[in-house]
Design a protein around this ligand. Structure first.
Ligand code: PEP
Ligand code: MN
Length: 354
């Protein structure tokens, strides 16, 4: 579906750095909210986040203070001038958040994965023009993410942005949620106008990963960052391990390198021309390989031979990956390419056999 999404025009810390949304995972008390917000505002942060209703994996965890926390956010707005943002998961949340003057809503990863919940939220948002940020669903499904955006867009919300917060996986090695960068990159390719935020806190799950992940997002030209920051992270009631103090957040933001888009030099254009030429050669060679593969298919048909000869297939995979390695190509990469070429050959030969 073609969506005419409006680019979000929020003020950054300065005009060079990304749009920054920062604040605690959860609003816990009036004091914690105001202390954190005041410290962030002093560092130039213009948008304050705090979860009022918290989707928790298991019952018994801290599920947010609920609507009693909304006046605290109103106070943040009045005393610091920051915009405020919170997560909504039900029509009741939407109603209460808008009534309390919240400026930006976001929809959490678990909610985005559920089309019924998304439709209910979209219906509740009809007639408003509040900016909405849609997090990626927990599962790496780009169409589901886009479907959620379409539901909100169809409700008349044009100020739409997305938050890349990574994808759940069974194994938790380095990341809490795998970044799978190609998914937000593909979303941005399809909807160039959409404002993309990275949430390095939920991707990394640990304080020390916030800076490197945020840097990667900036290198990919994401427009914004949403980062969890708490005045006393070690005592946070949710996501303690990944929250930064406002001071450390400020230090981190100052360290990030902003690369200059306008610096496309002559040299890179020459290199790109070489890549274009090589791609053409690759395609010509691939087409030639496919023609030969077709001839083999005809031969197999005439001699009543099966298409798949696993001995031959294994030899190809093994030899090519060794050959590739001697040319400095990773064996995994070569194996993937050869598998994909072989799959296409089998398809072509099956057509011939029919
Ligand atoms: C959050 O932002 O605190 C949150 C719960 O995020 P997610 O929906 O990405 O898990
Ligand atoms: Mn959190």
């Amino acid at each position: 579906m073609n969506m005419e999404i409006e680019q979000l025009q929020f003020e950054g810390i300065d005009n060079k750095r990304p749009i920054v949304i920062a604040g605690p995972c959860s609003a816990e008390s009036r004091e914690q909210v105001l202390n954190t917000a005041t410290a962030l505002a002093a560092k130039g942060v213009k948008i304050f986040r705090a979860g009022i209703w918290k989707p928790r994996t298991k019952p018994g965890g801290f599920e947010g203070v609920g609507a009693v926390g909304l006046p605290w956010l109103k106070e943040v707005k009045q005393t610091t001038g920051m915009l405020t943002a919170t997560e909504v998961a039900t029509p009741y949340h939407v109603f209460e958040a808008i009534k309390a003057g919240i400026d930006i809503l976001w929809i959490g990863a678990r909610t985005v994965a559920n089309p019924f919940a998304m439709q209910e939220l979209a219906d509740a948002l009809k007639g408003t023009d509040i900016p909405v940020l849609v997090k990626n669903p927990v599962n790496p499904d780009l169409e589901l993410w886009i479907g959620a955006l379409e539901r909100i867009y169809n409700a008349g919300i044009k100020k739409l942005g997305v938050i890349h917060r990574g994808f759940s996986s069974y194994e938790k090695k380095l990341y809490r949620n795998l970044p799978l960068w190609h998914i937000p990159i593909e979303l941005k390719r399809r909807y160039p106008n959409i404002t993309v935020f990275c949430d390095p806190s939920h991707i990394g799950g640990k304080r020390e990963l916030v800076a490197p992940i945020a840097q990667q997002a900036l290198d990919l030209k994401f427009e914004g960052l949403i980062v969890e920051s708490h005045c006393n992270p070690d005592c946070a009631l949710s996501d303690a391990a990944q929250q930064l103090t406002p001071e450390v957040l400020d230090f981190t933001l100052n360290m990030l390198v902003i690369r200059d888009n306008a610096q496309t030099t002559e040299n890179i254009n020459i290199l790109r021309k070489q890549i274009d030429d090589i791609d053409e050669q690759l395609l010509t060679i691939l087409a030639k390989r496919m023609r030969i593969s077709k001839e083999i298919g005809i031969y197999k048909k005439e001699h009543n031979m099966p298409i798949l000869q696993s001995g031959r297939y294994n030899d190809i995979l093994e030899n090519r990956s060794k050959q590739g390695q001697s040319m400095n190509l990773s064996p995994e990469f070569v194996t993937e390419i050869m598998k994909s070429i072989h799959e296409e050959s089998v398809k072509v030969q099956m057509e011939i056999m029919k």
